[in-house]
Design a protein around this ligand. Sequence first.
Ligand code: GLC
Length: 440
Amino acid sequence: MKNQLLLLLLIGNLSLTAQNNYQPAPENLEARHWFQDAKFGMFIHWGVYSVLGDGEWVMNNRRIPIKDYEKLPDAFNPTQFNAAEWVSLVKAAGMKYITITSKHHDGFAMWDSKISDYDIVERTPYGKDVLKMLADECQKQGIKLFFYHSHLDWHHPDYFPRGSTGNDIAGRPASGDFNKYLDYMDAQLTELLTNYGPIGGIWFDGWWDHKLQGKETRVDWRLEKTYELIHKLQPACLIGNNHHVEPFAGEDFQMFEKDLPGGNTTGFSGDSKIGDLPLETCETMNHSWGFNIYDRNYKSTKALVHYLVRSAGHNANFLLNVGPMSNGKIQPEFGKTLREMGTWLDTYGETIYGTRGVAAAVRDWGVVTQKGDTWYVHILDWQDAVVAVPTQGKKVKSAQLFKDKSAVKILSETKDMILLQLPKFDANEWDTVVELVIGQ
Ligand code: GLC
């Protein structure tokens, strides 16, 4: 028992050595900067599970045996998929990048994998490489493409020892060679980073399947090797990992799931302190990632604009998810909301893109974003007709409304605070933005 414990601790420690001496390449640092300026991306969860319309966890949740789940690809025929339409929607929404599932926990490859036949080209009647089509279209329309890639795999025989999920899925052998599985994962990542043009980043998920405590894990995920491989193939490719703990060495951005940085309403982020890397937070438009026909809990455009603005104020990007249907279409409810967000950004984008959040000024009523000498005070939830803005010892030269440049009265000023007199409350305005010009 004692020896086993020691072994576990040792393995846990091994995983901490992920790219310990990692020095990001100049093009990586440049890509991080681009990422922080970009602010808004589309998350896409798409796989053969969309046929069942019950989310991307359906294999686990309904305990579908491997041999039955393998029939889903036969029914996956997205003849209405149109990459140009998707990317145009991304642009209309004011988004700058896409993060799409190359492989989710079900293990099915959404591209033409050569080292496995469990992929869209070989197993579906559709038979086309949707990731290739999307990558080409992204290039054409100037949108960066990231891949979400699941560490965890409910299908591969060598994903053993099993983790905390997928244990009731019949047809999984009770033995396997985890290193062989990791070789397979690295080989698939090599395909994705070799044949699809420049890739903005790899967004890992599923590490938590073997999580013990904090950063301790039951298996050696060989993160160092995988991260090195990615940075060798494409130095500018940003690595993020949704492990729900503080970033490991070798990662280039830190993500939060369904919570703003520092928040933990989901219970996922308890071990995740905010570090120094660029930040991102992801959220759903209803309550599902993969297409879910039962879920009609759509968030309003206003609520999602607020989430975007609050993310920017927390110095984080906002990655907003759609789960396309099995016919290849993005459902109309999502399209409508995304276009409305884009219309809002047509006017207010200047106060979001290229800004950095003033994290110390996060308040219940809203947030502050900053670009050069300009601070944008975003008043989202009105409480009073006056608002006290923390200024961190900076001198405020002038205050005006962003939308029409009319002067905003400064009622009083101390070293660290100014008190603004707000204009008349307008219920139709989702975000009242006051522009402050800051001096020394
Ligand atoms: C969770 C889920 C996964 C989803 C991800 C998105 O980790 O396991 O299904 O893809 O969140 O953030």
